[in-house]
Structures are given as C-alpha cells and as structure tokens.
Design a protein around this ligand. Structure first.
Ligand code: EPU
Length: 337
C-alpha cells in the first residue's frame, strides 16, 4: 500500500477520459483503510473515492489523493434452505458477481446483469434495471468512517435508499464502502414486471422460464441499446428519469399523446428521459467526440477523444433543450468531478 503520483485516471473511468490525479492509493485490505485513516494522512489532503469509475465524469485534473478500494472476496455468511447471505468485497466486478450467482442458482440479481462498475459502488446510487433495485436484495454493508477510521455497519434503513440515491450519494466522501452483503434466494423467484423484459421472454415461447434465460435476456437487451464502455466510453444513463406531477403529465399528453411515462403513485409519474431527449431530435447528436448514443438517448458517449468538459457542455445543452420544449428539468445521475 503506497501512494503513487501523477497517475492517469483513464483506466479508472468508463468514459475513458484522460485526466491526471496528483496522487493515488489502492486498498486491497479493509485493515489497510483503517490504518491509513488512523495515521491522520487524510486530514490534510483533498481526496476522492474512485472505484470502477462507471458513474463519473472527470472534467479536470484532480489535485489531490484518489482512494481506490480494491478489496476482493466472496464469502457465504449464512444459509438455510430458502436464502443465502453473501458478503462481497467492494472491489469485485459487479457483472462478474451477477454471473456467479446465476451459475450458483442464487436468485435475485439476474435482472441487474451487465451493469458496469464495482460491487462497492452498487449501493451508492442504488443501481437498478428491469424491475429490480439493489435495495431489494440488500442486507447490510461495511464502511470505514473516513474521519475516525472506525468500521461501521449500515443496514437497509441507515442506507436511506431511493431511486438512484442513498445516504452515500447524499454525503459523498464521508465513508469508504469495503463490503456489501446481499440476501439472495435459493428458491426460484423471478421478476418479469418490466415490460421490455417480459415481452422478450414471451417471444422465446418456452414452457418453463429459467433464471439463466432471464439473465441472458437482460444481457441481450442491454447489448442492443447500451454501448460497452471498452468500445465506446460512457457511464450508462447520464440523467435520471424525472419525476413530474400527474397533472403535469396530463398537460404534456395533450401535446404528446405518445409520451413514455411510468406511474409512481396517484400523484406522481416518472417520464422516460430517453424519450424526451429523442423527441428534441438529439438522439445520435454529436459535437466533436462528445455525443448522444444513437440507440439510447439517455446515454452520452465519448467517441474517442472527448474531454470531460465537452461531455459536460453537451449535457447542459440537452438539459436546456429539454427544458425549453417540455418545461421539465433533467437531473444528472452521473457524478461530475
Ligand atoms: N426511449 C425512447 N428513446 C430513447 C430511449 C428510451 O423512446 O432514446 C423509451 C423506450 O422506448 C422505453 C422508455 O423510453 O419506452 C424506457 O426506456 P428503457 O427501457 O431503455 O429504460 P430507461 O428508462 O431509459 C432505465 C434506467 C437504466 C436501466 C433501464 C432498464 C434510469 C436513469 N435508467 O432507463 O439504467 O437499464 O431503465 O431498467 O433509471 C443506468 O442507470 O445507468 C441505466 C442504464
């Protein structure tokens, strides 16, 4: 465990943006994090926690210390005939772990296949896709308090999960997540509530739907719309789907009867931000190497040499254009450094 200097962050962000961090430290053991924090070195420096970098846009060099959690390990904490409690190191790759659970026939996260990033980042934005959110299988997590160096346990309540949000998203930099424990089912239970997924499965015309079929369906759907960061830099959905009142939705429907929305409750609905952006005509739009993906407008991409600033400026242009057309404000999902 040693501090490195002048490190390119290109391998550490899925937008593939080349910015330099003045210093960088990798943690492979929980105890190393504790020792480092207790040494007091963090007190005098500006720092930022960067895992797989799959939800961040770097817009400038970072004159400070990058903390890179890389703690590995998959451990069964307990199990009975119905459930299994698994503890996963924050540095494990999320999509590999999902595949592992499908191999083991542990049910619960097959719909979250192929989401880029590390396990430790999953609770921060409460990752979600195809009808499931991390909070649905979450048990607890271990995090180090970066002020005191103490290990603290966060249960479901303490994490304060919401749509693409959590305690950690609201209070960035206070804790470093070291492991996440999930409660998965050993009994077959599948979630096919998301229409795109259930339509895909229905088309398979099979008598029995298996977990692997659901997993493979999610992989196929994602691959058809979402670019692979190794090929085309991106951080998944750049914006959240905005929440509007049902009154506002009704007024939008007068002008746009085909608008895509999901009812949240009898007062509010979520609009598909991808649809809003597509309707402005910006799907596939490009300014130099910063672009809107041509298959899913909610995803901004780096066609090669875009800077973080260029992608940020494009995102601002999208927000203004959407606001001018629909009077709806898009909120970024991706963190901007
Ligand atoms: N749509 C368009 N044009 C577009 C994109 C979408 O018309 O360019 C329409 C689709 O046809 C569909 C609706 O919008 O009717 C919703 O699209 P999709 O199923 O692709 O989902 P999304 O709402 O755009 C959300 C998540 C994704 C997640 C998918 C599937 C957010 C911000 N995004 O996208 O999560 O994979 O649902 O559950 O909630 C991520 O967070 O990085 C991410 C990729």
């Amino acid at each position: 465990m040693k501090i490195q200097h002048n490190i390119s962050l290109k391998p550490y962000n899925t937008f593939n943006i080349d910015q330099i961090a003045s210093s960088f430290i990798r943690f492979e053991e929980l105890q190393d994090v504790i020792n480092f924090v207790k040494s007091g070195e963090l007190k005098s420096v500006k720092y930022y926690i960067l895992g797989g970098g799959s939800n961040i846009l770097l817009t400038q060099d970072f004159d400070g210390l990058i903390l890179h959690p890389d703690i590995k390990g998959i451990d069964i904490v307990s199990e009975d005939e119905k459930n299994i409690l698994v503890k996963i190191g924050a540095g494990e790759v999320w999509e590999d772990f999902v595949e592992y659970t499908v191999d083991k026939e542990w049910y619960g996260i097959e719909n979250l296949a192929l989401i880029p990033g590390r396990v430790g980042a999953a609770p921060i934005q409460n990752i979600g896709a195809y009808g499931i959110e991390l909070k649905d299988v979450f048990y607890e997590l271990e995090a180090i308090n970066l002020k005191t160096g103490e290990l603290e346990i966060f249960d479901l309540d303490r994490c304060d999960f919401a749509y693409r949000s959590s305690f950690f998203k609201k209070k960035p930099g206070k804790y470093l997540i070291c492991s996440v424990s999930l409660k998965l089912s050993k009994l077959k239970s599948l979630n096919l509530t998301y229409k795109v997924l259930s339509d895909y499965i229905a088309n398979l015309k099979v008598d029995e739907i298996t977990q692997r079929m659901v997993f493979e369906a999610v992989v196929a759907i994602r691959n058809s719309k979402l670019p692979k960061p190794e090929v085309l830099g991106n951080a998944g959905s750049f914006f959240k789907n905005p929440l509007v009142t049902n009154t506002k939705l009704e007024s939008l429907k007068i002008r746009y009867p085909e608008i895509k929305a999901f009812e949240v409750d009898d007062k509010k609905s979520k609009l598909a931000a991808g649809w809003l952006i597509e309707k402005t005509g910006m799907k596939g739009y490009r300014e130099k190497d910063a672009g809107v993906h041509d298959k899913q407008s909610l995803v901004l991409v780096n066609h090669g040499c875009a800077t973080g600033k260029e992608i940020f400026e494009l995102s601002e242009k999208i927000r203004t254009t959407v606001f001018n057309l629909f009077d709806v404000r898009l909120e970024r999902e991706v963190n901007v450094l």
